[in-house]
Design a binder for this molecule. Structure first.
Ligand code: UTP
Length: 276
């Protein structure tokens, strides 16, 4: 089924300057784990074991994170600290990793197109690691893979946002098929509240069918010269089918300072063992 997951991680992360001047935003930790590790674990738990990264300058630490660190491994071998490396070892043992660079930041759509040689002609997941999703049951990507088996078309994850925040998101309109599922008829990137077709905002989880690459190729750059994935998805929705899925779980916008601090506090309370 779906085996590959794409991570566009080439962005500058300017909202976290100066921290992100020479380090990857995706390596910022929520408690003790970098954002990108939460993302890859989510994909792996959904059966997506081929991890494809679209990286940029200053992002080399992501590659190192998923590689073996022999010195460190031998240093802590046999000590209690070994358990802290358990999850990353599981990921390393069960996944394969590929990397390519997006030399110029020309938008999320362009970043996804840059990943085409790593994906090929098959459906794939996309995770934006700065949207951290915490769930009680299945992770969000696993929920979406279940839906893909049913509908076999592109799926975007959505959540209801306050109307005054629509400017931060791609916003959809569509026909409601189930309580948590819409067939997309319209999509607008970062609309003003008065222009937004709804308050259903796209978050950083997608399943895309490979024809999306042709739609992106035919998408002209929009504002700031960026190629928006929203525009390509709208074309795909008009010619075929795109579903929007209200996922079960909690999302934190860790690309913003507020969301990052909120996620840190939430995860510390929820997952941290006070005896440690
Ligand atoms: P954002 O605009 O939220 O991330 O892009 P950013 O540019 O890194 O952050 P700020 O706004 O400057 O603080 C959403 C996602 O798309 C990726 C980013 O890495 C992020 O994961 N992206 C965006 C690319 O990989 N390439 C691009 O050209 C644009």
């Amino acid at each position: 089924m779906i085996k590959k997951c794409l991570y566009p991680v080439a962005g500058y992360g300017t909202r976290f300057l100066p921290a992100t001047k020479s380090m990857a935003k995706e390596m910022l930790p929520i408690v003790d784990k970098p954002l990108i590790q939460y993302a890859v674990k989510e994909a792996m738990d959904a059966g997506l074991i081929q991890q494809a990264f679209v990286t940029g300058r200053t992002k080399r630490s992501i590659e190192d994170h998923f590689d073996i660190s022999y010195e460190l491994e031998s240093e802590i071998k046999g000590s209690a600290k070994e358990t802290q490396l358990q999850e990353i070892r599981d990921i390393r043992d069960n996944c394969v990793f590929t990397y390519t660079r997006q030399p110029e930041m020309k938008g999320l759509g362009h970043a996804i197109l840059t990943g085409e040689p790593m994906i090929g002609d098959e459906p794939f997941g996309v995770i934006l690691a700065d949207d951290l999703c915490i769930t009680e049951g299945d992770p969000v990507m696993a929920q979406m893979v279940g839906l893909y088996k049913q509908f076999r078309c592109s799926i975007v994850a959505i959540e209801e946002v306050p109307k005054e925040e629509t400017r931060k998101y791609g916003v959809i309109a569509g026909t409601q098929l189930q309580e948590d599922l819409f067939k997309v008829s319209d999509m607008v990137e970062k609309p003003a509240p008065e222009d937004a077709p709804s308050n259903l905002a796209i978050i950083g989880r997608y399943i895309l069918t490979p024809d999306i690459f042709d739609y992106i190729r035919n998408t002209p750059p929009g504002t700031n010269g960026e190629v928006q994935i929203t525009d390509a998805l709208l074309a795909q929705a008009r010619n075929g089918c795109v579903m929007a899925y209200k996922f079960k779980g909690k999302r934190f916008d860790c690309g913003s300072l507020h969301g990052f601090v909120e996620a840190t506090n939430y995860c510390y309370e929820k997952f941290h063992d006070p005896s440690e």
